[in-house]
Design a protein around this ligand. Structure first.
Ligand code: TYD
Ligand code: MG
Length: 456
C-alpha cells in the first residue's frame, strides 16, 4: 500500500494522477506536464482522520421551498444571458480564454457595469499594474466607475483584503498569477492553481461574494493547469474568437445556476467590447448569393437561434491522399457525411480535396448542421447554387436518414425574421406554427438530391 505521505503526481494538461514522475503523461500524451502535487492546506484529504470521529451532520428532506437565488444583473444583456440572468452571490465563476482575446477588457467593463448597478466591486490584477488598468478604463470611458483596484499576486494578502472589504463581486485576473505561500511550487503550477482556486471558492461560499476568476487556456483549449478548477467552480465560461476578426463569443460550458451552452456575442472595437444583439445578421452579412457550395444553417446556440453560412469547396486532388480541411466544425462530422454520401448515394469525394468553412469565425458543434453541410458539399460538387433564400437543418444518421433536431419552430422563426422564405427540414418535424416559411421535408440524402438538385 502507498504511504499516506508519499508524494503524488498529476498532469498539468489533463489532471491525470500518476504514482511517479514521468516525462510524458500516459493519459493525454503531453510532454513535461507532470508535476508533484502538494496536499491542500485545508479541505478533504488535508489530514488523516485517525481514530477521532466526526460529529453528525444534519440531514434534511429533499422537498422544501427554496427561493430562487438572487442575482446581480449588469444590464449587459449578452453577459447576463450567458450567466442565466446574472451573477449569483456566494458563487465562483471561471472565465477561460486565449491570451489577448479580451478577458481583462470584458471583466473591467463587467466590473463597471456591476458597480453601476449598485454592487461593491473589487478588481484584483496579478498581471497588470494599477496604472495600466486605469489607462484601459480611460480608453473604455469607465474612469469614473466605482471599482476598487489592486495589483497583487499574494493570495493570502488578497484574501485578507477581500475578507475585510466584503465586496459583492470580486474579480481575480488571473488565477495563474496568484500564489499561496503555504504551497511550495511556482505560480501557475497545478498545485498553486488548484490551491488558489480552492481558497477563492471557499471565500465565495463563506463570504457571500461572487468571485470571478480568469484562467488562461493552453494551446489545446484547456484552462492551463488543472481541469480540476472547472470542477470546483459553479460556472465555467469560455471567451472565444480568432485574432483575425473582431467578434468574440462568450460561451457557458458549465453552469450550476443556469443553462449551459448559452452564448453571448461581442465585437471588439477601439472603445472596448460592444454587444451584438443580432448575431445571425452579423454572421450572414458578407454572404454572396448564388454561389455554389454555400448553405445557410439554421442553428441553435443554447436557447438562442442563430443562422450561419457553411461554405464548401471541392476540387480535383493532385494528392494520393486528398485534403480534408475544416474550419469551424468537427472534422469527424465531415468525414462521416462524406462516408454516408458515398455509401448511401454512391457520390464519392475520394479523388477530391474538400474544404469546409463556417463563415464569420463561428464554431458549430450541433449535429443538426449535417444537412446544411451535405447540401453545401453537393452544391459545390455539382457547381449548382442552392436557393438563396433557403435554410437547412437536420442530423444525418449513418443510414443516410435525416433525423429531427430540437426547437424547429424557433429556428424557422429566426430564418423568417431574417428574410428567408424556405427551409429544408427533417421529415419528422411537425410545425404547428405558421412561420410563413415554405418547408420541404427531407427524409434522407436521396430526397435532398432530388429536391435541391433535381436528381436522385
Ligand atoms: P485583454 O482584455 O488585455 O485580453 P486578455 O485579458 O484576454 O489577455 O485585451 C487585449 C486585446 O484587446 C489587445 O490586443 C487590444 C484589444 N483592445 C481593443 O481592441 N480595444 C479596447 O478597447 C481594448 C481595451 C483592448
Ligand atoms: Mg488580461
Amino acid at each position: 500500500m502507498a504511504r499516506k505521505d508519499a508524494p503524488s503526481f498529476a498532469c498539468n494538461a489533463c489532471g491525470a494522477v500518476h504514482a511517479k514522475w514521468a516525462g510524458r503523461c500516459d493519459a493525454c500524451g503531453a510532454w513535461n506536464s507532470i508535476e508533484e502535487q502538494k496536499p491542500l492546506s485545508s479541505g478533504p484529504g488535508a489530514k488523516s482522520l485517525g481514530a477521532a470521529r466526526g460529529k453528525t451532520v444534519p440531514l434534511v428532506d429533499l422537498s422544501g421551498e427554496e427561493p430562487a437565488p438572487p442575482r446581480i444583473a449588469t444590464g449587459v444583456a449578452e453577459l447576463d444571458r450567458v450567466l442565466g440572468g446574472g451573477l449569483v452571490p456566494s458563487s465562483a465563476l471561471l472565465i477561460g480564454g486565449d491570451p489577448g482575446i479580451g478577458k481583462s477588457t470584458l471583466l473591467l467593463q463587467a466590473a463597471a457595469a456591476y458597480a453601476h448597478a449598485g454592487a461593491k466591486v473589487v478588481y484584483v490584477s496579478g498581471e497588470e499594474a494599477t496604472a495600466q488598468i486605469r489607462m484601459r478604463a480611460a480608453r473604455l470611458g469607465l474612469k469614473d466607475a466605482q471599482v476598487k483596484l489592486a495589483a497583487e499576486t499574494n493570495l493570502r494578502d488578497v484574501l485578507t483584503t477581500l475578507d475585510a472589504e466584503k465586496p459583492d463581486v470580486a474579480i481575480i485576473d488571473s488565477i495563474q498569477t496568484m500564489w499561496l505561500d503555504s504551497v511550495d511550487s511556482a505560480p501557475g503550477s497545478v498545485s498553486q492553481v488548484r490551491a488558489s482556486a480552492h481558497e477563492l471558492t471557499s471565500f465565495a461560499k463563506r463570504g457571500g461574494s461572487a468571485v470571478i476568476m480568469v484562467g488562461h487556456v493552453t494551446k489545446d483549449g484547456q484552462i492551463a493547469g488543472p481541469r480540476v478548477v472547472e470542477h470546483m467552480v459553479d460556472a465555467t465560461l469560455y471567451f472565444e474568437g480568432d485574432g483575425a476578426r473582431p467578434f468574440r463569443i462568450l460561451r457557458s460550458v458549465k453552469n450550476r445556476f443556469g443553462p449551459a451552452a448559452e452564448i453571448g456575442v461581442f465585437e471588439m472595437t477601439g472603445g472596448g467590447l460592444r454587444e451584438v444583439a443580432n448575431p445571425s445578421a452579423l454572421f450572414l452579412s458578407d454572404r454572396e448569393k448564388d454561389v455554389s457550395g454555400s448553405a445557410v444553417f439554421a442553428g441553435l446556440e443554447g436557447t438562442r437561434p442563430m443562422l450561419s453560412e457553411i461554405q464548401a469547396l471541392v476540387a480535383d486532388s493532385p494528392l494520393g491522399t486528398p485534403r480534408r480541411a475544416v474550419v469551424g466544425c468537427d472534422s469527424a462530422r465531415l468525414a462521416m457525411i462524406l462516408a454516408v454520401l458515398d455509401a448511401r448515394c454512391g457520390i464519392s469525394f475520394a479523388q477530391m480535396d474538400v474544404h469546409l468553412n463556417v463563415a464569420g469565425g463561428l464554431r458549430i458543434m450541433e449535429p443538426a448542421a449535417d444537412l446544411a453541410i451535405a447540401a453545401a458539399l453537393l452544391s459545390a460538387l455539382r457547381d449548382r447554387p442552392l436557393p438563396a433564400q433557403a435554410v437547412a437543418f437536420g442530423e444525418i444518421s449513418l443510414s443516410g436518414a435525416v433525423r429531427t433536431a430540437p426547437q424547429p419552430e424557433l429556428r424557422l422563426r429566426e430564418a423568417s425574421r431574417l428574410g428567408f422564405t424556405s427551409a429544408l427540414i427533417p421529415s419528422q418535424v411537425k410545425t404547428r406554427e405558421k412561420s410563413g416559411m415554405r418547408v420541404t421535408r427531407i427524409e434522407d440524402l436521396g430526397a435532398l438530391l432530388e429536391h435541391a438538385f433535381d436528381a436522385s
